[in-house]
Design a binder for this molecule. Structure first.
Ligand SMILES: Nc1ncnc2c1ncn2[C@@H]1O[C@H](COP(=O)(O)OP(=O)(O)O)[C@@H](O)[C@H]1O
Ligand SMILES: [Mg+2]
Length: 237
């Protein structure tokens, strides 16, 4: 479904992504692991159109979408949740969700229906729907940005470090949520520091180091490959 070929991203002299090729099949949950600075976010954001790829190809269902704007990618069914976890703090939870549906202005009934569905799945968001999003805890804000991304009815979800900085119990809730999204048939590319939990819910994984893919395989094999652990557990090999 998503096919990345020889992707490169540079920030001036910094070559953050150096020829990354990866694929995500329909309905798959694929995790991208790697130490801090490996180039995971740059890869994800280049796919989403939020940073410019200096070389390489991004294909979606066979169509070349390299260089598409973030808005265009959302219209094509690719929604991204960046690691910055940015809510509009002064807008209410309900208004934040509404903004995620910007591609569906002519489908107000569907938008309201989806919002109610997300409120059922995330009761805490329903409870807080009239509060400014800035009042939510970190975990609640993470749920809100994921639910907001879902409001565009994506076929592919790109998630960057959804569990970062959250309390263990909240981390478990986030991973439960990712598991149910996969069960619902959504195709997901996940970037995570929490390798053990990410691998436990994933079908396959890629390990990045210094802008390149160092290893790939079924999640269970990547989890069992002890020699890879130093690559993604934060320690420099
Ligand atoms: N906006 C930016 N400007 C300059 N360098 C950046 C920028 N964003 C990331 N980098 C650099 O690119 C490299 C990869 O970063 P990033 O993609 O954020 O890695 P990861 O998500 O794996 O931690 C790092 O060396 C980082 O310092
Ligand atoms: Mg990152």
């Amino acid at each position: 479904m998503l096919d990345i070929e020889s992707l490169e991203v540079s920030y001036g002299a910094v070559r953050a992504v150096r020829g990354v090729s990866l694929g995500v099949r329909k309905g798959e949950l694929v995790t991208l692991l790697g130490a801090n600075g490996a180039g995971k976010s740059s890869t994800l954001m280049a796919i989403a159109g939020a940073v410019r790829a200096t070389a390489g190809r991004v294909r979606l269902d066979g169509a070349d979408v390299t260089g598409a704007t973030p808005e265009n990618m959302v219209r094509r069914g690719v929604a991204a949740v960046p690691e910055t976890r940015d809510v509009f703090p002064d807008l209410t939870v309900a208004q934040n969700l509404q903004l995620g549906a910007f591609t569906r202005r002519r489908d107000q009934a569907g938008v309201i229906h989806d919002r109610e569905t997300h409120f059922t799945h995330f009761p805490i968001l329903a409870e807080r729907q009239h509060l400014p999003a800035g009042n939510l805890s970190g975990g609640e804000q993470q749920m809100l940005v994921i639910a907001r991304a879902l409001m565009s009815r994506p076929s592919v979800l790109l998630l960057d470090e959804p569990s970062l900085g959250l309390a263990p119990i909240v981390v478990d809730q986030i991973f439960d949520m990712i598991g149910s999204l996969k069960d619902s048939g959504l195709t997901i590319l996940l970037v995570e520091q929490n390798a053990a939990k990410a691998l436990a819910v994933s079908d396959r994984a890629y390990v990045m180091r210094l802008g390149r893919i160092e290893a790939e395989g079924p999640a269970s094999e990547i989890a069992a490959a002890t020699e890879l652990k130093s690559l993604y557990l934060g320690a420099e090999p």
